[in-house]
Design a binder for this molecule. Structure first.
Ligand code: NAG
Ligand code: NAG
Ligand code: NAG
Ligand code: NAG
Ligand code: NAG
Ligand code: NAG
Length: 423
């Protein structure tokens, strides 16, 4: 009798063969196959699950890590319930092969990080719950392939900021839970306030989308933070000797002044690339002019260059050795901007040759620019501009060897220009 009874039960409940002992596998309508393994004190994803499982419930166990192999057997899974475990580590690739996944719940775990790239493969995803974890970082492109995602729950994490555009690719998004994160309400987050005001997406508990920093806004809902004066950096590069100088003496001192505007005030740094060394020196981050006065002549030197905290780069003894590209970079949390000056010496006899060499060294010209002190005004984040400065010296004098001791002689600044040649 007993075997018959068992078969009868199996047939009645649709219990399939090959279900691992701690789980219950049930066949549902429309070809759905449920593996129910919740509340089992499991520390590992059980092995031996039927390969056609579409719903796998592992909630409220004691899972603490997931590996690439954890779900290899269940590549057809559409719903994966993993809430209320102690998961703190997920190996990269764990979810990347679950191309049919529509719902995943990882809420109420200990996740401080996540293999975000795995999400790029999960383009069928509709529900993503990661709330009540320790997530402190959210890559700007984390959700870029999730066109069908309807609900995103990332509330109750440790997110201090969210990059602009993070939610843009999710065209189907209708619900976003983002409250109870310790937001740093600086310029970098200003966009979220306006976006949340204007979007049709349902964003619950708005009063709990609030600031933990800066101090002046602590506890304040983001929606009530006043509009901040935010502007991306804009760099101005000028040089000395200037256009008006007519004479240059041996080993003249070249000053490249870099000033930048922006709010908050940008950090400045220099990148130096000389042809002779063929190496790139990353200049130290220098402070703003106002602070320089207090700091006196505080400076940092990189080989034959001196970089002052006020943003000025000084080349004490300009020769062929120091020919190269000098780039001033400015960055704040709103954006970044850089302007380069390619500085070269040219003797009159070989001007063309030198210019060509300069071009090969990467000194692109900027058509239309007239004057090297004309800074860049573009405001896009990746904006980069190049100026070319050529000091022309009399014939026979521009070819001095690097180490030779020179007689006192005069450099003449005959030409001080930004090349506008039609290469
Ligand atoms: C899933 O596989 C089991 C055997 O492993 C089988 O009994 C069951 O019919 C299958 N279910 C579906 C929906 O294909
Ligand atoms: C994830 O997607 C990439 C690109 O579409 C693919 O090359 C890769 O094999 C996928 N990963 C898995 C585990 O299927
Ligand atoms: C907030 O952001 C600003 C600007 O990026 C940063 O200087 C500051 O340290 C951040 N504060 C916290 C608490 O993370
Ligand atoms: C920055 O400081 C250096 C050294 O004190 C000085 O030579 C230079 O002129 C200053 N730059 C500006 C733009 O004031
Ligand atoms: C500055 O950026 C904004 C937004 O990207 C753009 O609309 C505007 O035209 C830009 N202004 C300039 C001068 O490039
Ligand atoms: C200036 O440079 C020249 C050529 O590179 C070198 O011979 C000379 O010693 C340098 N002078 C100083 C003061 O560094």
């Amino acid at each position: 009798m007993a075997p018959f009874l068992c078969m009868w039960i199996a047939a009645f409940f649709g219990v399939s063969q090959g279900c691992p002992e701690p789980c219950t596998c049930v066949e549902k309508k429309f070809g759905r196959q449920l593996a129910e393994c919740a509340y089992r004190d499991l520390q590992e994803v059980p092995a031996g699950l039927p390969s056609n499982v579409t719903t796998l419930t592992l909630s409220a166990n004691r899972l603490h890590a997931l590996q690439q192999r954890s779900f290899l057997e269940v590549t057809q899974v559409q719903s994966l319930w993993l809430a209320h475990n102690q998961i703190s580590a997920i190996e990269a690739g764990t979810f990347a092969g679950l191309l049919h996944l529509k719902n995943i719940d990882l809420s109420h775990n200990q996740l401080a990080d996540f293999p975000w790239r795995d999400l790029h493969n999960l383009s069928a995803l509709q529900l993503l719950k990661m709330n009540n974890n320790q997530l402190a970082r959210l890559p700007a492109d984390a959700f870029r392939t999730l066109r069908d995602l309807r609900s995103l729950w990332i509330n109750d994490n440790k997110l201090a900021t969210i990059a602009q555009g993070t939610f843009d690719a999710m065209r189907s998004l209708s619900q976003l839970q983002v409250y109870n994160n310790p937001l740093n309400c600086t310029c970098a987050l200003q966009w979220l306030k306006g976006w949340a005001e204007n979007t049709l997406i349902s964003i619950p508990e708005r009063d709990s989308i609030s600031c933990a920093a800066p101090d002046s806004f602590r506890g304040l809902p983001l929606a009530r933070v006043p509009d901040l004066p935010c502007a991306p950096p804009s760099v101005q590069l000028s040089s000395q000797p200037s256009l008006d100088s007519t004479e240059l003496h041996e080993g003249f001192t070249l000053l490249l002044h870099c000033s930048a505007t922006g709010s908050p005030p940008p950090e400045l740094s220099w990148r130096v690339q000389t042809a002779s060394q063929g190496t790139e020196v990353n200049g130290p981050s220098v402070e703003r002019p106002r602070q320089d006065r207090a700091a006196g002549g505080s400076k940092q030197s990189a080989g034959s260059f001196v970089i002052f905290k006020n943003g000025t780069l000084l080349i004490p003894n300009f020769s062929k050795h120091e020919e190269g590209t000098y780039t001033c970079l400015a960055a704040n949390e709103v954006g970044a901007h850089e302007v380069s000056a390619s500085v070269a010496l040219a003797s009159s006899e070989s001007l063309l040759e030198d210019l060509l060499r300069n071009k090969l060294a990467g000194a692109a010209s900027k058509p239309g620019a007239k004057h090297c002190s004309q800074g860049a005004q573009a405001n896009s984040s990746q904006a980069a501009e190049k100026l070319v400065i050529i000091y022309r010296v009399p014939a026979g004098m521009g070819r001095s060897g690097g180490g030779a001791v020179l007689e006192p002689w005069r450099w003449t600044c005959l030409l001080w220009l930004v090349i506008v040649l039609p290469w």
